[in-house]
Design a protein. Structure first.
Length: 249
């Protein structure tokens, strides 16, 4: 099980580093099928793992001035509220509903990764739309335990007017903020109910994801990212089918 967790974490870190978004969506399938976690615990643990990996990768981009702090605050603080609400809602319903929504998000992520990258607009920053989008993405993050980078990056580019590289860096910090809020809600309720988190697996997954992220930054120099991204999109569609058949139907 530990070997499976390490391999899965390295893959997650690689994908997150190479693609900038979408890679972290693999965390839940890894926890469910390679590690053997129960759905509720996998979703909650995923938030902490994704949050740590995103914070590390985002901190590296701060040094290269690829983060816009005004956009992080404008999108991130409403996102924290949304994530808390999403986690609260998730705790009220059957985990199969969460995983059904998760499969839809995997398909949406695959579609967005298949399409060409969004280009920044020349319009002024749409502050209200960004804040509202932050709340919506936060609810999704809290409800199904994914980072939501595949939703955040297009919003920062199209509504925030950011270049893609800065949108990716900013999204990583937004993901870490949202994940902290959502995990706090899950942990406070589940710990009070006597649920035990597997801190060893969480630490291994987070650490492996960080190492995978560093490797991904190096590999980036030698790959055709567009072709690889389309292949990853096809893989996400296949994984969505696996989750649907094994955990929802």
């Amino acid at each position: 099980m530990l070997i499976n967790a390490i391999i899965g974490a390295l893959i997650i870190g690689l994908c997150l580093s190479i693609f900038g978004s979408g890679g972290s969506i693999l965390t839940i399938p890894v926890l469910l099928y390679l590690v053997g976690m129960q759905p509720e615990l996998a979703i909650a643990s995923s938030l902490l793992i994704v949050g740590i990996i995103s914070l590390f990768n985002g901190s590296l981009l701060i040094r290269h001035r690829q983060v816009s702090w005004p956009h992080v605050l404008l999108f991130g603080f409403p996102g924290m509220v949304g994530t808390y609400l999403g986690a609260w809602l998730a705790l009220q319903i059957d985990s199969r509903v969460q995983l059904a929504v998760f499969t839809v998000l995997m398909l949406l992520s695959a579609i967005l990764m298949w399409r060409s990258k969004p280009k920044p607009t020349q319009q002024p920053v749409q502050h209200l739309k960004l804040m509202l989008d932050g709340i919506v993405v936060g609810v999704v993050t809290g409800f199904v335990g994914v980072g939501g980078g595949f939703l955040i990056v297009p919003a920062l580019v199209l509504m925030g007017g950011l270049p893609l590289s800065i949108a990716v860096g900013s999204s990583l910090l937004i993901i870490s903020i949202n994940a902290a809020s959502g995990f706090y809600k899950y942990y406070s309720v589940m710990a009070a109910a006597g649920v035990q988190f597997d801190w060893q697996i969480i630490a291994i997954m987070a650490g492996g994801g960080v190492v995978g992220g560093l490797a991904g930054r190096y590999i980036n120099q030698f790959i055709n990212k567009d072709k690889l991204q389309k292949a990853f999109a096809i893989f996400l569609v296949m994984m969505a089918g696996v989750v649907l058949v094994k955990s929802v139907l």
